[in-house]
Design a protein around this ligand. Structure first.
Ligand code: HEM
Length: 419
């Protein structure tokens, strides 16, 4: 096994090229490369940046819980910007308030206030509303008759509608202006940022802040149960979150929620329809099988492939026989870890009856995705209702086009016949 920057060998070079390709220019089907990288270099230091990528399930599960990896906003920004950072820019002032840059114990205090409306109990109270959203969107899709693109008409609209409800944002329908601002803001999460992206994001964030300031005023006297009203109430009791924190973090939540959830719904439907026997199993018992179908979809074709360089070693950390030195960064590769044959027998098979599925798709340790309960419930309800209402649903185009993105795996269009 090879894989440290100081080495030069054919295997090191091959692993280095695979890691570079996966993080910048992944192929349509990255799974053969995932397997190869995990086989030849489950822990690999990239020659370009010196960052480490970890792709074995067991090693990654341990690394995610490792307390000597911390969040460091300044370090992350310098890496993303490739040098000096102008913290006076509106987008960076805004991103500095993101709770995910904090470390325990301060981190836990902020996270517990912000996640009150997405705990398992809070999410279970939303089940009826989610069922209503799913049926409403599917009624509209069905009314089109013939073929319908489920990405356009379902998989994006559902999480957007739901997260706006959870946060207490204005309804997405009829607010195209602020939706446009989100994509400019969202681009600042990519591993490297250009000046043009920052200019666009500066403008977007000023617009979003204005929209949010108005929304906060309306919500101050509201008795509704949303993330914004929960935080406003917690503020009155001295919670460590200012209005700036509230704005930055609810906007961040929306950005974290929509594309990821939409990608999972699209990937799950595609996997089920590509594996007709698995779809038939779901159709035969939608209530009993929806949970297994979602866990398997998270494992088999995860929406989030990797995390940008946001885990910095504050001390030397040993992983799989390599030493990640203090000041170096670890990038989790969830995609290969979820198909590790040491953890999952026959990992390339899509099997919704598989037992003991614990995908690393939501990360791990203190920063594990706080939206996971919402995602699981939303996707289970979506698949359950699709299988119940449209048991004969079929793909029109077997080769549904993939969007090629370095950190995310998503279907671009999913044309189906519902009946
Ligand atoms: C399929 C959908 C989703 C996937 C695959 C996903 C995946 C992830 C992953 C891998 C992380 C990094 C965790 C870590 O560093 O250990 C993360 C963080 C996060 N996710 Fe999600 N996520 C999804 C949906 C959501 C939703 C619906 C929300 C909001 C309701 C959300 C909010 C967040 C936030 C706020 C963080 C940052 C947590 C932190 O760094 O402290 N995510 N997510």
């Amino acid at each position: 096994m090879t894989s440290q920057k100081i080495e030069t060998s054919p295997l090191y070079d091959e692993a280095d090229e695979i890691a570079r390709q996966l993080l910048s220019d992944p192929p349509d089907d990255p799974y053969p490369l995932y397997h190869r990288l995990r086989e030849i270099a489950p822990v690999h230091q990239m020659s370009t940046t010196g960052d480490w990528v970890v792709s074995s399930y067991e090693l990654l599960a341990d690394a995610l819980r490792e307390p000597r990896f911390v969040r460091d906003f300044d370090d992350l920004m310098r890496r993303q910007h490739g040098g000096e950072v102008d913290y006076a820019r509106p987008i960076l002032k805004h991103r500095a308030c993101q709770f995910s840059h904090a470390n325990p114990p301060e981190y836990m205090k902020k996270r517990s206030v912000l996640s009150k409306s997405i705990t398992p109990v809070a999410v279970s109270k939303l089940e009826e509303e989610i069922t209503g959203y799913v049926n409403e969107l599917l009624d509209a899709a069905e009314a089109q008759g013939g073929e319908v693109d489920l990405i356009e008409h379902f998989s994006h609209a559902l999480p957007l509608k739901l997260i706006c409800r959870v946060l207490g944002f204005p309804s997405p329908e009829g607010n195209p202006a602020w939706l446009g601002s989100f994509s400019a803001y969202g681009s600042t999460f990519l591993p490297s940022i250009t000046e043009q992206m920052l200019d666009d994001a500066d403008k977007a964030i000023l617009d979003l802040n204005e929209m949010m300031a108005e929304q906060l005023e309306t919500m101050r006297t509201s008795s509704s149960d949303t993330m914004i009203t929960q935080v406003l109430r917690a503020q009155e009791q001295g919670a460590p979150l200012s209005d700036d924190d509230l704005m930055a973090n609810t906007i961040f939540m929306l950005a974290a929620a929509v594309h990821t959830s939409a990608a999972l719904i699209g990937n799950a439907i595609l996997a089920l329809l590509h594996h007709r026997d698995q779809w038939e199993l779901l159709v035969a018992d939608p209530v009993g099988r929806a949970k297994g179908a979602v866990e398997e979809a998270l494992r088999y074709d995860n929406a989030v492939l990797a995390n940008p360089p946001s885990r910095l070693a504050v001390e030397d950390v040993e992983i799989g026989g390599f030493t990640i030195r203090a000041g170096e960064v670890m990038i989790p590769l969830y995609g290969p870890a979820n198909r590790d044959p040491k953890r999952y027998p026959n990992p390339d098979a899509f099997d919704i009856t598989r037992e003991d599925v614990r995908p690393l798709s939501f990360g791990g340790g203190p920063h594990v995705c706080p939206g996971q309960h919402l995602v699981r419930t939303q996707t289970q309800i979506a698949l359950r209702i699709l299988a119940t209402r449209f048991p004969n649903m079929r793909l029109v185009d077997e080769d549904a086009p993939r969007l090629i993105m370095p950190l995310q795996r998503e279907v671009g269009a999913l044309r189906v016949r519902l009946t």
